[in-house]
Design a protein around this ligand. Structure first.
Ligand code: UD1
Length: 358
């Protein structure tokens, strides 16, 4: 274990963070999490530890607290930082812009400043496809697609985050930065031990669907059916969270091979778009559940359709998404049904002992 490379994962107890921690460990790295669990729960940590069968290094620290974060940098020798920690609810960011700017920017500034002080030059930043201006011909968006004016404070923090790191890189030429622009991560680890854990009412489509099917929520509203798409509903590029996690491992490995002064933007998507109606039909056919849903008005700020051109990730990172949309949806459902329940751990472990499928 001593020779494993330590990687700081901020927000490592979150949705994408927790799946990435698993993949990092399974690929020989030693992740160290900083997360104050404001958007996660202990069950996620337990789930990670069950999957990887070891204790995880975690600091329950608010990343806006510079001095506390500095103490962590002092005791570890990180070779890279993956900075996930951020608020991400678009609607809330419109209502509470100061909360979003304060948290998302201060955490980034602290982590970036400390990375430089402690000679950690490899940096991965969680960015978003929301930055793109969707082309008029609705073609897949590549990293060369022009950016739009941010439509929410959340989107602004992502755009500013990229800008801040680009500016920092100008005076710190040893930095190597990878901006990963995510499309729509969904699903859960196949074990059923970790998955998405929205606090309160979910904003995103998949957890809304699974919680409605479970009866925790009454009804799903599909935001708009008058878009200029085949069935009138919005199109997104839904990608399995474990594929996204694997891309981070590929990203760290790739950064390690690069010369100083590297900056790259890479899309993480499947290249396939699915409409909201298609996702509902898939959910119903995969799970056999009848979903209670209705059409409602459009949601402010939604793009009509967006999906990735994922060629650059394939070329540079030698990464491509490999899990199907069916796998993603069924894993999200399995997680919803079992999340946090002790029986899921027991079933998984019994299946592993017997060498059977879970
Ligand atoms: C949004 C953000 C994205 C951000 C992501 C993180 C925008 C344009 N996109 O993605 O930047 O990284 O959240 O959380 O701001 N839908 C319904 N009913 C629901 C929920 C969603 O119909 O109850 C529809 C939406 O209208 C959309 C699709 O489902 O068409 C996906 O929505 P969602 O899961 O919220 O993701 P995005 O809006 O694509």
């Amino acid at each position: 274990m001593e020779n494993r490379k330590e990687i700081l994962v901020t927000g490592g107890a979150g949705f994408i963070g927790s799946h990435t921690v698993v993949e990092l460990i399974q690929n020989g790295f030693d992740p160290v999490i900083i997360d104050d669990f404001r958007n996660s729960e202990e069950v996620i940590l337990e789930g990670i530890e069950r999957i990887v069968k070891r204790k995880i290094k975690v600091y329950r620290i608010d990343l806006t607290d510079y001095n506390k974060v500095r103490e962590v940098f002092k005791v570890h020798q990180f070779c890279a930082v993956i900075h996930f920690a951020a608020y991400k609810a678009v609607g809330e960011s419109v209502d509470r812009p100061i909360k979003y700017y304060r948290n998302n920017l201060n955490t980034l500034l602290n982590v970036a400043e400390l990375a430089i002080e402690f000679n950690v030059f490899e940096f991965i930043f969680s960015s978003s496809c929301t930055l793109y201006e969707v082309p008029l011909d609705c073609a897949a968006v590549s990293e060369k697609t022009p950016l739009c004016e941010p439509t929410s404070p959340y989107a602004s923090t992502k755009k500013m985050g990229e800008r801040i790191l680009n500016d920092i890189a100008k005076t710190n030429p040893r930095l190597k930065i990878l901006f990963l622009r995510y499309f729509n991560p969904i699903g859960a680890h196949f074990s059923g031990f970790i998955g998405e854990l929205p606090q309160g009412r979910p904003n995103n489509l998949l957890p809304y669907i699974t919680q409605t099917a479970m009866g925790k929520l009454q009804e799903l509203t599909v935001f708009g059916n008058d878009y200029d798409t085949a069935d009138g509903t919005c199109i997104r590029d839904y990608i399995h969270v474990s594929d996204i996690a694997e891309a981070h491992v590929a990203g760290v490995q790739w950064l390690m091979e690069q010369l100083p002064n590297t900056k790259e933007v890479i899309n993480l998507g499947t290249g396939q778009g699915k409409s909201v109606s298609e996702i509902i039909s898939l959910f119903e056919s995969i799970t056999g559940e009848k979903l209670n849903w209705k059409f409602g008005p459009r949601r402010a700020g939604d793009k009509e359709q967006i999906f990735a051109n994922a060629q650059k990730a394939k070329k540079l990172l030698r990464w491509t998404s490999r899990r199907s949309i069916e796998e993603a949806i069924s894993s999200a459902w399995k997680w919803e049904m079992k999340k946090g329940s002790p029986s899921v751990f027991i079933c998984y472990e019994k299946a592993q002992q017997k060498g059977t499928c879970f």
